[in-house]
Design a protein around this ligand. Structure first.
Ligand code: PTJ
Length: 243
C-alpha cells in the first residue's frame, strides 16, 4: 500500500497497478520495461502535459470526430493503466474498441477483454484474421475493426505495426512519451504525453469540439512540429535541471 502523501505517489501507484496486472497475465513482462522507458521520458517532460501536447490531443479528438470509422486499439499496458478511461472516450468519440496485442495470446486477449467489458467498454470481437502486412501473429486484427478503420488511435504502439497501418493508408494517432521512437516518427499524429493524462483530455475535447473547428484542425496537422516541440521541451528541462 503506497501512502498518498508520498512525493512519487502517482508513479508508484502506476507501477503497483502494472505489476499486479502482470501477475494476472494482463500486462506482458515486456510491458513493464516499456513502462520504465516511458517514465524516463516523462521525467524529462516534467511529468506534465505541455501546451503542444494539449494541442495534439485536441487535434487527435478532431481526427476521431471527423473519421468515417474510428477505432481505438487497446493493448496490455493501456488496459492495465487506463481500463476505466476507455469507455468515456469511446462514448464521446463514437470509436470502436479492439483489443490488439504485440505479445499475442488468446488467453491475454480474453483477460483484457473481460477487464474492459467490466469497465463498460463495448468491444469489437470475433475471429481475428491475418490482415496486416506483417509476419507472425502481429498481422492479426478484426476485419470490422482495425482493418476497415480509417483513423486508429494506438496508445503505446510498436513501430512496425504503426508503419504497416500507415502503409495501408490509415491515419494513425499514437500516444508515446518517446518522441524519437519509430512509432512517434511514423504516426500521422503523435501525442507526446503520458497515457493517463492524455486520455481524459482527448475525451473532453471529443465532448466539446464543434464540428467546423474539428474539420479545420484535422486539416491542419503538422506532426513534425509536435515532435520538435517535445524534444525542445526536454532539452529545456535538461538545461535547467541543475539550476
Ligand atoms: O500488451 P502488448 O503485448 O500489446 O505489448 C505492449 C507493449 C507496450 C509491450 C508493446 O506494444 C511494446 O513493446 O511497445 P514499445 O515498442 O516498447 O513502445 C511503447 C512506447 O510507449 C515506448 O516508446 C514508451 O516510451 C512509451 N510509453 C510507455 N509507457 C507510456 C508510454 N507512452 C505514454 N504513456 C505511458 N504510460
Amino acid at each position: 500500500m503506497i501512502p498518498p502523501e508520498h512525493p512519487r505517489y502517482r508513479s508508484l501507484f502506476a507501477r503497483e497497478r502494472l505489476a499486479r496486472y502482470a501477475a494476472e497475465g494482463i500486462v506482458s513482462l515486456e510491458g513493464l520495461s516499456a513502462h520504465g522507458r516511458g517514465e524516463a521520458f516523462d521525467y524529462l517532460l516534467g511529468e506534465k502535459t505541455t501546451a503542444s501536447a494539449l494541442l495534439a490531443e485536441k487535434t487527435a479528438a478532431a481526427l476521431l470526430l471527423t473519421a468515417r470509422d474510428p477505432v481505438i486499439s487497446v493493448n496490455g499496458n493501456t488496459a492495465g493503466l487506463a481500463a476505466e478511461l476507455i469507455a468515456p472516450l469511446q462514448e464521446k468519440s463514437g470509436a470502436k474498441v479492439e483489443v490488439n496485442l504485440f505479445h499475442r495470446t488468446e488467453e491475454r486477449i480474453k483477460k483484457i477483454s473481460r477487464l474492459l467489458r467490466d469497465h463498460g467498454v463495448r468491444l469489437e470481437e470475433g475471429n481475428a484474421e491475418r490482415l496486416l502486412p506483417l509476419s507472425h501473429d502481429r498481422a492479426l486484427c478484426q476485419r470490422g475493426g482495425i482493418y476497415q478503420a480509417d483513423v486508429i488511435l494506438v496508445p503505446l504502439e510498436d513501430g512496425d505495426r504503426c508503419q504497416a497501418l500507415r502503409e495501408m493508408g490509415k491515419t494513425v494517432i499514437a500516444i508515446d512519451l518517446n518522441p524519437l521512437s519509430r512509432t512517434a516518427r511514423s504516426a500521422s499524429l503523435t501525442i507526446v504525453d503520458e497515457l493517463t493524462r492524455a486520455l481524459p483530455n482527448l475525451t473532453s475535447f471529443c465532448a466539446s469540439l464543434p464540428r467546423h473547428e474539428a474539420e479545420a484542425l484535422a486539416g491542419s496537422l503538422d506532426n513534425t512540429r509536435f515532435l520538435a516541440d517535445a524534444l525542445e521541451m526536454m532539452k529545456e528541462g535538461l538545461s535547467h535541471a541543475m539550476d
